[in-house]
Write a protein that binds this ligand. Structure first.
Ligand SMILES: Cc1cc2nc3c(=O)[nH]c(=O)nc-3n(C[C@H](O)[C@H](O)[C@H](O)COP(=O)(O)O)c2cc1C
Length: 380
Protein backbone atom coordinates (compact mmCIF):
# COMPACT_ATOMS: atom_id res chain seq x y z
CA UNK A 1 0.00 0.00 0.00
CA UNK A 2 1.19 3.54 -0.81
CA UNK A 3 2.58 5.56 2.09
CA UNK A 4 2.87 9.33 2.11
CA UNK A 5 5.04 10.22 5.10
CA UNK A 6 7.99 12.46 4.24
CA UNK A 7 7.36 12.26 0.49
CA UNK A 8 7.64 15.02 -2.09
CA UNK A 9 4.73 14.85 -4.51
CA UNK A 10 3.23 16.48 -7.59
CA UNK A 11 0.03 18.39 -6.76
CA UNK A 12 -3.32 17.78 -8.41
CA UNK A 13 -3.62 20.34 -11.20
CA UNK A 14 -6.43 20.63 -13.71
CA UNK A 15 -4.84 20.96 -17.18
CA UNK A 16 -1.27 20.94 -15.88
CA UNK A 17 -1.37 17.49 -14.26
CA UNK A 18 -2.02 15.40 -17.37
CA UNK A 19 0.01 12.29 -18.19
CA UNK A 20 3.14 13.92 -19.75
CA UNK A 21 3.64 16.21 -16.75
CA UNK A 22 3.11 13.37 -14.27
CA UNK A 23 5.54 11.08 -16.07
CA UNK A 24 8.14 13.82 -16.33
CA UNK A 25 7.77 14.58 -12.62
CA UNK A 26 8.19 10.88 -11.78
CA UNK A 27 11.21 10.60 -14.07
CA UNK A 28 12.75 13.45 -12.09
CA UNK A 29 12.18 12.00 -8.65
CA UNK A 30 8.62 12.85 -7.59
CA UNK A 31 7.67 10.21 -5.04
CA UNK A 32 3.96 10.27 -5.89
CA UNK A 33 1.81 12.11 -8.43
CA UNK A 34 -1.79 13.30 -8.11
CA UNK A 35 -4.17 13.31 -11.09
CA UNK A 36 -6.04 16.54 -11.86
CA UNK A 37 -9.41 16.75 -10.11
CA UNK A 38 -12.01 14.82 -12.08
CA UNK A 39 -15.62 15.33 -11.08
CA UNK A 40 -17.51 12.17 -10.06
CA UNK A 41 -20.29 12.57 -12.64
CA UNK A 42 -17.78 13.06 -15.46
CA UNK A 43 -15.91 9.91 -14.52
CA UNK A 44 -19.15 7.97 -14.37
CA UNK A 45 -19.84 8.84 -18.02
CA UNK A 46 -16.52 7.30 -19.05
CA UNK A 47 -15.72 4.00 -20.64
CA UNK A 48 -12.44 2.34 -19.65
CA UNK A 49 -10.29 1.33 -22.58
CA UNK A 50 -6.88 -0.32 -22.82
CA UNK A 51 -4.94 1.54 -25.47
CA UNK A 52 -2.65 -1.09 -26.97
CA UNK A 53 -0.82 1.39 -29.20
CA UNK A 54 0.28 3.66 -26.35
CA UNK A 55 0.15 0.97 -23.65
CA UNK A 56 -2.04 3.26 -21.58
CA UNK A 57 -5.40 2.88 -19.89
CA UNK A 58 -7.79 5.54 -21.14
CA UNK A 59 -11.05 6.77 -19.68
CA UNK A 60 -13.11 8.28 -22.49
CA UNK A 61 -16.55 9.77 -22.89
CA UNK A 62 -17.98 8.19 -26.06
CA UNK A 63 -18.98 10.66 -28.78
CA UNK A 64 -22.64 11.61 -28.93
CA UNK A 65 -22.76 12.15 -32.67
CA UNK A 66 -21.27 9.87 -35.31
CA UNK A 67 -17.96 11.02 -36.78
CA UNK A 68 -17.25 13.14 -33.71
CA UNK A 69 -14.22 12.12 -31.68
CA UNK A 70 -14.62 10.74 -28.17
CA UNK A 71 -13.35 12.85 -25.27
CA UNK A 72 -10.32 11.63 -23.36
CA UNK A 73 -10.92 12.36 -19.67
CA UNK A 74 -8.03 10.51 -18.04
CA UNK A 75 -5.03 8.57 -19.30
CA UNK A 76 -2.59 6.58 -17.20
CA UNK A 77 0.56 4.68 -18.15
CA UNK A 78 0.71 1.79 -15.66
CA UNK A 79 4.28 0.86 -16.56
CA UNK A 80 5.56 4.05 -14.93
CA UNK A 81 2.65 5.23 -12.77
CA UNK A 82 1.53 2.04 -11.05
CA UNK A 83 2.24 2.23 -7.32
CA UNK A 84 2.69 6.02 -7.44
CA UNK A 85 -0.60 7.48 -8.71
CA UNK A 86 -3.24 9.13 -6.52
CA UNK A 87 -6.52 9.90 -8.25
CA UNK A 88 -8.32 13.06 -7.13
CA UNK A 89 -12.10 13.16 -7.28
CA UNK A 90 -14.33 16.21 -7.06
CA UNK A 91 -17.53 15.27 -5.26
CA UNK A 92 -20.19 16.50 -2.88
CA UNK A 93 -22.02 13.19 -2.62
CA UNK A 94 -20.92 10.04 -0.78
CA UNK A 95 -22.82 7.78 -3.20
CA UNK A 96 -21.34 9.35 -6.35
CA UNK A 97 -17.87 9.50 -4.83
CA UNK A 98 -18.01 5.75 -4.12
CA UNK A 99 -19.24 4.92 -7.62
CA UNK A 100 -16.57 7.07 -9.22
CA UNK A 101 -13.79 5.72 -7.01
CA UNK A 102 -14.81 2.11 -7.71
CA UNK A 103 -14.62 2.82 -11.42
CA UNK A 104 -10.90 3.68 -11.35
CA UNK A 105 -9.67 1.95 -8.23
CA UNK A 106 -7.89 -0.91 -10.03
CA UNK A 107 -5.87 1.54 -12.14
CA UNK A 108 -4.74 3.85 -9.33
CA UNK A 109 -3.05 3.59 -5.94
CA UNK A 110 -5.17 5.85 -3.81
CA UNK A 111 -8.21 8.13 -3.91
CA UNK A 112 -8.06 11.77 -2.83
CA UNK A 113 -10.98 14.10 -2.28
CA UNK A 114 -10.58 17.72 -3.31
CA UNK A 115 -11.76 19.94 -0.46
CA UNK A 116 -9.56 22.92 -1.23
CA UNK A 117 -10.05 24.19 -4.75
CA UNK A 118 -11.85 27.58 -4.75
CA UNK A 119 -12.42 27.71 -8.54
CA UNK A 120 -15.90 27.76 -9.97
CA UNK A 121 -15.51 24.41 -11.77
CA UNK A 122 -14.95 22.84 -8.38
CA UNK A 123 -17.17 24.70 -5.91
CA UNK A 124 -20.32 24.70 -7.98
CA UNK A 125 -22.62 22.06 -6.53
CA UNK A 126 -20.76 22.08 -3.22
CA UNK A 127 -17.42 20.50 -4.21
CA UNK A 128 -13.82 21.65 -3.58
CA UNK A 129 -13.39 24.28 -0.90
CA UNK A 130 -17.19 24.47 -0.54
CA UNK A 131 -16.84 21.21 1.43
CA UNK A 132 -14.91 23.09 4.13
CA UNK A 133 -18.22 24.79 4.95
CA UNK A 134 -20.09 21.47 5.07
CA UNK A 135 -17.80 19.32 7.24
CA UNK A 136 -20.54 16.75 7.92
CA UNK A 137 -20.79 15.99 4.21
CA UNK A 138 -17.01 15.96 3.80
CA UNK A 139 -16.55 13.53 6.71
CA UNK A 140 -19.35 11.30 5.43
CA UNK A 141 -17.78 11.14 1.96
CA UNK A 142 -14.44 10.13 3.46
CA UNK A 143 -15.94 7.56 5.87
CA UNK A 144 -17.94 5.96 3.09
CA UNK A 145 -14.93 5.88 0.77
CA UNK A 146 -12.81 4.24 3.46
CA UNK A 147 -15.49 1.63 4.16
CA UNK A 148 -16.59 0.83 0.60
CA UNK A 149 -13.49 1.46 -1.50
CA UNK A 150 -10.34 1.83 0.58
CA UNK A 151 -10.69 -1.17 2.89
CA UNK A 152 -12.03 -3.72 0.38
CA UNK A 153 -9.33 -2.81 -2.17
CA UNK A 154 -6.48 -2.24 0.26
CA UNK A 155 -5.95 1.32 -1.03
CA UNK A 156 -5.64 4.54 0.97
CA UNK A 157 -8.18 7.36 1.00
CA UNK A 158 -6.96 10.92 1.52
CA UNK A 159 -8.21 14.51 1.43
CA UNK A 160 -6.74 17.87 0.48
CA UNK A 161 -7.98 20.92 2.39
CA UNK A 162 -7.13 24.58 2.91
CA UNK A 163 -6.75 26.41 6.20
CA UNK A 164 -9.89 27.74 7.86
CA UNK A 165 -10.10 31.26 9.31
CA UNK A 166 -8.52 30.46 12.68
CA UNK A 167 -6.06 27.91 14.00
CA UNK A 168 -8.74 26.57 16.33
CA UNK A 169 -11.25 26.03 13.49
CA UNK A 170 -8.59 24.32 11.40
CA UNK A 171 -7.48 22.00 14.18
CA UNK A 172 -11.11 21.12 14.95
CA UNK A 173 -11.69 20.18 11.32
CA UNK A 174 -8.41 18.23 11.13
CA UNK A 175 -9.43 16.27 14.24
CA UNK A 176 -12.73 15.31 12.62
CA UNK A 177 -11.10 14.39 9.30
CA UNK A 178 -8.49 12.23 11.01
CA UNK A 179 -11.27 10.23 12.67
CA UNK A 180 -12.78 9.18 9.31
CA UNK A 181 -10.16 6.52 8.62
CA UNK A 182 -8.18 8.47 6.01
CA UNK A 183 -4.52 7.63 5.55
CA UNK A 184 -3.26 11.07 4.58
CA UNK A 185 -4.21 14.73 4.94
CA UNK A 186 -2.79 17.37 2.60
CA UNK A 187 -3.04 20.94 3.84
CA UNK A 188 -2.70 23.77 1.36
CA UNK A 189 -1.52 26.36 3.84
CA UNK A 190 -3.59 29.22 2.48
CA UNK A 191 -7.15 30.19 3.34
CA UNK A 192 -9.81 29.82 0.65
CA UNK A 193 -9.76 33.51 -0.29
CA UNK A 194 -5.95 33.65 -0.58
CA UNK A 195 -4.30 33.56 -4.00
CA UNK A 196 -1.18 31.56 -4.85
CA UNK A 197 0.97 34.70 -4.99
CA UNK A 198 0.35 35.24 -1.26
CA UNK A 199 2.74 33.66 1.24
CA UNK A 200 1.28 30.54 2.88
CA UNK A 201 0.54 30.56 6.62
CA UNK A 202 2.86 28.06 8.27
CA UNK A 203 2.66 29.08 11.95
CA UNK A 204 0.85 26.01 13.24
CA UNK A 205 2.02 23.15 11.05
CA UNK A 206 3.45 21.45 14.16
CA UNK A 207 0.01 21.51 15.84
CA UNK A 208 -1.69 20.07 12.74
CA UNK A 209 0.99 17.40 12.56
CA UNK A 210 0.40 16.45 16.21
CA UNK A 211 -3.31 15.81 15.57
CA UNK A 212 -2.47 13.74 12.49
CA UNK A 213 0.25 11.75 14.24
CA UNK A 214 -2.04 10.92 17.17
CA UNK A 215 -4.51 9.43 14.66
CA UNK A 216 -1.93 7.61 12.54
CA UNK A 217 -2.59 9.91 9.57
CA UNK A 218 0.33 11.29 7.56
CA UNK A 219 0.56 14.99 6.72
CA UNK A 220 1.60 16.63 3.47
CA UNK A 221 2.14 20.39 3.45
CA UNK A 222 1.43 22.39 0.30
CA UNK A 223 2.13 26.02 -0.58
CA UNK A 224 5.05 27.80 -2.26
CA UNK A 225 7.53 24.90 -2.15
CA UNK A 226 10.05 25.50 -4.93
CA UNK A 227 11.98 22.27 -5.36
CA UNK A 228 13.50 19.33 -3.52
CA UNK A 229 16.30 21.25 -1.83
CA UNK A 230 13.77 23.83 -0.58
CA UNK A 231 11.62 20.94 0.71
CA UNK A 232 14.59 19.48 2.61
CA UNK A 233 15.34 22.91 4.05
CA UNK A 234 11.73 23.24 5.26
CA UNK A 235 11.76 19.76 6.80
CA UNK A 236 15.05 20.38 8.57
CA UNK A 237 14.97 24.04 9.54
CA UNK A 238 11.30 25.04 9.73
CA UNK A 239 9.03 22.08 10.36
CA UNK A 240 11.76 20.19 12.24
CA UNK A 241 10.23 16.94 11.08
CA UNK A 242 11.22 14.61 8.25
CA UNK A 243 7.89 12.74 8.42
CA UNK A 244 5.99 15.71 7.00
CA UNK A 245 5.67 15.47 3.22
CA UNK A 246 5.61 18.28 0.66
CA UNK A 247 3.42 18.93 -2.38
CA UNK A 248 4.47 21.18 -5.29
CA UNK A 249 2.06 22.74 -7.80
CA UNK A 250 3.01 25.94 -9.63
CA UNK A 251 6.78 25.46 -9.56
CA UNK A 252 6.32 21.95 -10.97
CA UNK A 253 3.97 23.30 -13.61
CA UNK A 254 6.70 25.71 -14.69
CA UNK A 255 9.33 23.01 -14.58
CA UNK A 256 8.44 19.38 -13.79
CA UNK A 257 12.12 18.61 -13.04
CA UNK A 258 11.96 20.40 -9.65
CA UNK A 259 11.73 17.01 -7.90
CA UNK A 260 15.29 16.11 -8.92
CA UNK A 261 17.61 15.05 -6.13
CA UNK A 262 20.42 16.69 -8.05
CA UNK A 263 20.27 18.93 -11.08
CA UNK A 264 20.86 17.04 -14.33
CA UNK A 265 20.77 19.91 -16.78
CA UNK A 266 24.22 20.51 -18.28
CA UNK A 267 25.47 23.97 -17.34
CA UNK A 268 25.46 25.26 -20.91
CA UNK A 269 21.71 24.53 -21.37
CA UNK A 270 19.07 26.82 -19.82
CA UNK A 271 16.79 24.84 -17.45
CA UNK A 272 13.61 25.94 -19.24
CA UNK A 273 15.08 24.90 -22.60
CA UNK A 274 15.85 21.43 -21.25
CA UNK A 275 12.39 21.17 -19.62
CA UNK A 276 10.72 22.28 -22.85
CA UNK A 277 12.56 19.69 -24.95
CA UNK A 278 11.85 16.91 -22.52
CA UNK A 279 8.19 17.83 -22.06
CA UNK A 280 7.62 17.71 -25.83
CA UNK A 281 9.14 14.22 -25.93
CA UNK A 282 6.71 12.97 -23.26
CA UNK A 283 3.80 14.72 -24.97
CA UNK A 284 4.66 13.21 -28.36
CA UNK A 285 5.19 9.72 -26.95
CA UNK A 286 1.73 9.73 -25.36
CA UNK A 287 -0.15 11.52 -28.14
CA UNK A 288 -0.98 14.43 -25.85
CA UNK A 289 -3.75 16.81 -26.96
CA UNK A 290 -2.17 19.74 -28.81
CA UNK A 291 -4.13 22.23 -26.66
CA UNK A 292 -2.67 20.73 -23.49
CA UNK A 293 0.87 20.66 -24.91
CA UNK A 294 0.57 24.34 -25.83
CA UNK A 295 -0.81 25.16 -22.38
CA UNK A 296 2.16 23.49 -20.71
CA UNK A 297 4.63 25.19 -23.06
CA UNK A 298 3.06 28.53 -22.16
CA UNK A 299 3.94 27.71 -18.55
CA UNK A 300 7.43 26.31 -19.17
CA UNK A 301 8.66 28.91 -21.68
CA UNK A 302 9.23 32.37 -20.13
CA UNK A 303 6.86 35.04 -21.44
CA UNK A 304 9.76 37.19 -22.58
CA UNK A 305 11.19 34.48 -24.83
CA UNK A 306 10.26 34.68 -28.52
CA UNK A 307 9.48 30.96 -28.32
CA UNK A 308 6.50 31.75 -26.09
CA UNK A 309 4.82 33.28 -29.16
CA UNK A 310 6.22 30.76 -31.63
CA UNK A 311 4.71 27.83 -29.73
CA UNK A 312 1.44 29.73 -29.22
CA UNK A 313 1.10 30.01 -33.01
CA UNK A 314 1.52 26.25 -33.59
CA UNK A 315 -1.54 24.21 -34.49
CA UNK A 316 -0.18 20.68 -34.79
CA UNK A 317 2.43 18.44 -33.16
CA UNK A 318 4.43 18.67 -36.41
CA UNK A 319 4.58 22.47 -36.10
CA UNK A 320 5.63 22.20 -32.44
CA UNK A 321 8.37 19.82 -33.50
CA UNK A 322 9.59 22.18 -36.22
CA UNK A 323 9.67 25.17 -33.85
CA UNK A 324 11.46 23.14 -31.18
CA UNK A 325 14.21 22.28 -33.67
CA UNK A 326 14.94 26.02 -33.99
CA UNK A 327 15.47 26.39 -30.23
CA UNK A 328 19.12 26.42 -29.23
CA UNK A 329 20.63 25.84 -25.78
CA UNK A 330 20.69 29.59 -24.98
CA UNK A 331 16.96 29.89 -25.60
CA UNK A 332 17.52 31.75 -28.91
CA UNK A 333 16.28 30.81 -32.37
CA UNK A 334 18.71 29.18 -34.79
CA UNK A 335 16.42 30.37 -37.58
CA UNK A 336 13.21 32.34 -37.22
CA UNK A 337 10.26 29.92 -37.62
CA UNK A 338 7.79 32.76 -38.44
CA UNK A 339 7.93 32.22 -42.19
CA UNK A 340 7.29 28.48 -41.76
CA UNK A 341 4.33 29.18 -39.43
CA UNK A 342 2.86 31.72 -41.88
CA UNK A 343 3.09 29.13 -44.66
CA UNK A 344 1.31 26.60 -42.44
CA UNK A 345 -1.52 29.08 -41.84
CA UNK A 346 -1.78 29.90 -45.56
CA UNK A 347 -1.95 26.19 -46.40
CA UNK A 348 -4.59 25.70 -43.73
CA UNK A 349 -6.69 28.50 -45.27
CA UNK A 350 -6.38 27.04 -48.75
CA UNK A 351 -7.44 23.55 -47.67
CA UNK A 352 -10.33 24.96 -45.59
CA UNK A 353 -11.58 26.91 -48.62
CA UNK A 354 -11.27 23.83 -50.82
CA UNK A 355 -13.29 21.78 -48.32
CA UNK A 356 -15.94 24.48 -48.05
CA UNK A 357 -16.28 24.61 -51.84
CA UNK A 358 -16.66 20.82 -51.99
CA UNK A 359 -19.45 20.94 -49.42
CA UNK A 360 -21.45 23.69 -51.18
CA UNK A 361 -24.19 22.24 -53.43
CA UNK A 362 -23.85 23.52 -56.98
CA UNK A 363 -27.28 22.31 -58.16
CA UNK A 364 -28.62 25.86 -57.82
CA UNK A 365 -25.83 27.10 -60.05
CA UNK A 366 -23.91 30.32 -59.63
CA UNK A 367 -21.90 31.51 -56.67
CA UNK A 368 -23.35 30.05 -53.49
CA UNK A 369 -21.76 32.81 -51.39
CA UNK A 370 -24.07 35.36 -53.03
CA UNK A 371 -27.22 33.46 -52.11
CA UNK A 372 -29.46 35.06 -49.58
CA UNK A 373 -29.70 33.06 -46.35
CA UNK A 374 -33.32 32.28 -45.67
CA UNK A 375 -33.90 31.88 -41.93
CA UNK A 376 -35.49 28.65 -40.77
CA UNK A 377 -39.07 28.91 -39.57
CA UNK A 378 -39.28 29.50 -35.81
CA UNK A 379 -40.68 26.04 -35.10
CA UNK A 380 -38.04 24.17 -37.12
C1 LIG B 1 -3.10 25.04 -12.91
C2 LIG B 1 -3.55 24.62 -11.53
C3 LIG B 1 -4.57 23.70 -11.41
C4 LIG B 1 -4.97 23.26 -10.13
N1 LIG B 1 -5.91 22.27 -10.04
C5 LIG B 1 -6.18 21.72 -8.82
C6 LIG B 1 -6.97 20.55 -8.70
O1 LIG B 1 -7.42 19.96 -9.69
N2 LIG B 1 -7.21 20.07 -7.45
C7 LIG B 1 -6.70 20.66 -6.32
O2 LIG B 1 -6.94 20.17 -5.21
N3 LIG B 1 -5.92 21.77 -6.41
C8 LIG B 1 -5.64 22.28 -7.63
N4 LIG B 1 -4.77 23.35 -7.72
C9 LIG B 1 -4.14 23.87 -6.50
C10 LIG B 1 -2.77 23.21 -6.27
O3 LIG B 1 -2.89 21.81 -6.14
C11 LIG B 1 -2.06 23.78 -5.04
O4 LIG B 1 -2.85 23.53 -3.90
C12 LIG B 1 -1.82 25.30 -5.12
O5 LIG B 1 -1.40 25.70 -6.40
C13 LIG B 1 -0.75 25.74 -4.09
O6 LIG B 1 0.47 25.08 -4.32
P1 LIG B 1 1.75 25.91 -4.88
O7 LIG B 1 1.96 27.05 -3.95
O8 LIG B 1 2.88 24.91 -4.89
O9 LIG B 1 1.38 26.39 -6.26
C14 LIG B 1 -4.37 23.80 -8.97
C15 LIG B 1 -3.36 24.77 -9.12
C16 LIG B 1 -2.94 25.16 -10.37
C17 LIG B 1 -1.82 26.17 -10.49
Amino acid sequence: MVTYAGKLVLAPMVRAGELPTRLMALAHGADLVWSPEIVDKKLLQCTRRENTTLQTVDYVVPSKAQARPETLVFRTYPKLESSRLIFQIGSASPALAIQAALKVINDVNGIDINAGCPKHFSIHSGMGSALLRTPDTLCLILQELVKNVGKPHGKPISVKIRLLDTEQDTLQLVTRLCATGIANLTVHCRKTEMRNREQPITDYIAEIYEVCRANNVSLIVNGAIHDRSHFHDLQTNHWGNSSIGGMIAECAERNPTVFDHTAHVPEQVLPWVAACREFIQWATRFDNHIGNTKYMLSRIVPGKSRFFQYFARCKSPGEIDYVLKQLNDDGDAQTDPSEYLEKCRAQEKTSKNAKRKKKQPDSLGGDVKKQKVVPLPADA
